[in-house]
Design a protein around this ligand. Structure first.
Ligand code: PMP
Length: 298
């Protein structure tokens, strides 16, 4: 479970027991889904200490998300990072999932609020649990239209779309869903970005109709470091089905390969793919290990 009677959370400037923290049932966030959050991970490094991966990027995105939906944001990235390290220490966490959420006060209307509140929760997460390749289903659900939502923001309400898609995929015997954008092009998973590999080159949907993931940016960074060719472009589902292999990437999912999309089994063995090299580089990067350039599969 996420917490027990000893778990401490960061709650509006204080450290309190998770079981004792209260939020207002009249919060606009609960009724209309207008809260913003982050999904962050910390990893135990070789030194035995914990390191929050891309902490600045995550807390900056939290601020961007809040501002995108007109929520007052009164914290600095530095203070929230310091609070998160303190929180990890208080809960004796090294490999953790960290969930900050900014939420609204009591407000049954649609008007702007004068203040926001913040909680940061953290719980233990084992690194790289999901090494099994995924069976992915083309979802009947499309991602939210960027003309209707601020899709670069991680807004709680957007995740109803993710829940619907993920549950549909699981009800049909798949592990996860792949959603298209409002034009029918490949967008992303319910909580992860997508890449495919063809002839040693990687492809991923351009930004515009997706959440620009921090892991996606890290994969692009790794490609540059390893001199793997990568292209951001518009991708059709048919094109994706002709890939050698494909993967999802996200803070929680990390880099996780696909076995198949609908009935199409990807022909390339994961262990022989460039994608696997990217996965290994990501595994090293999160724990602060330098890239092993000789590992590159050309
Ligand atoms: N797309 C969606 C819809 C997500 O919820 C997430 C998870 N935040 C991602 C992509 C991946 O983003 P990140 O790599 O920043 O975790």
């Amino acid at each position: 479970m996420y917490y027990n009677e000893n778990t401490i959370i960061y709650f509006n400037g204080q450290f309190v027991k998770a079981a004792e923290a209260k939020i207002d049932l009249y919060s606009q966030s609960l009724h209309y889904g207008c809260a913003v959050f982050e999904g962050i991970r910390s990893y135990k490094t070789a030194s035995g200490k914990t390191k929050i991966f891309k902490e600045v990027e995550h807390f900056e995105r939290l601020q961007h998300s809040a501002e995108a939906v007109n929520m007052p944001y009164s914290w600095t990235t530095e203070e929230l990072i310091a609070a998160t390290y303190e929180l990890l220490g208080k809960n004796n966490l090294l490999d953790a999932y960290i969930r900050p959420i900014v939420y609204a006060p009591a407000n049954m209307g649609f008007v702007e609020n004068k203040e926001s509140f913040i909680a940061i929760q953290a719980w233990e997460m084992q690194p790289f649990l999901g090494d099994k390749l995924l069976n992915v289903m083309s979802s009947s659900f499309q991602r939210p239209n960027p003309k209707g939502f601020k899709i670069t923001a991680k807004v709680s309400g957007h995740y109803v779309n993710s829940i619907l898609a993920s549950q549909e995929a699981k009800a049909n015997g798949f592990d996860e869903a792949l959603l298209t954008d409002m034009d029918g092009f490949v967008a992303e998973g319910p909580g992860a970005n997508v890449f495919y590999e063809k002839d040693g080159k990687l492809f991923t949907p351009s930004v515009g109709n997706i959440l620009p993931g921090i892991t996606r940016a890290t994969v692009l960074e790794i490609c540059q470091e390893l001199e793997v060719e990568v292209e951001e472009k518009t991708i059709t589902v048919e094109e994706l089905k002709k890939a050698d292999t494909a993967f999802f990437c996200g803070t929680a999912a990390e880099v996780i390969g696909w076995e198949k999309l609908d009935d199409t089994v990807f022909p390339k063995a994961w262990n022989d793919s460039v994608s696997k090299t990217i996965q290994d580089a990501y595994k090293n990067k999160v724990i602060g290990k330098a890239l092993q350039v000789e590992e590159v599969v050309a």
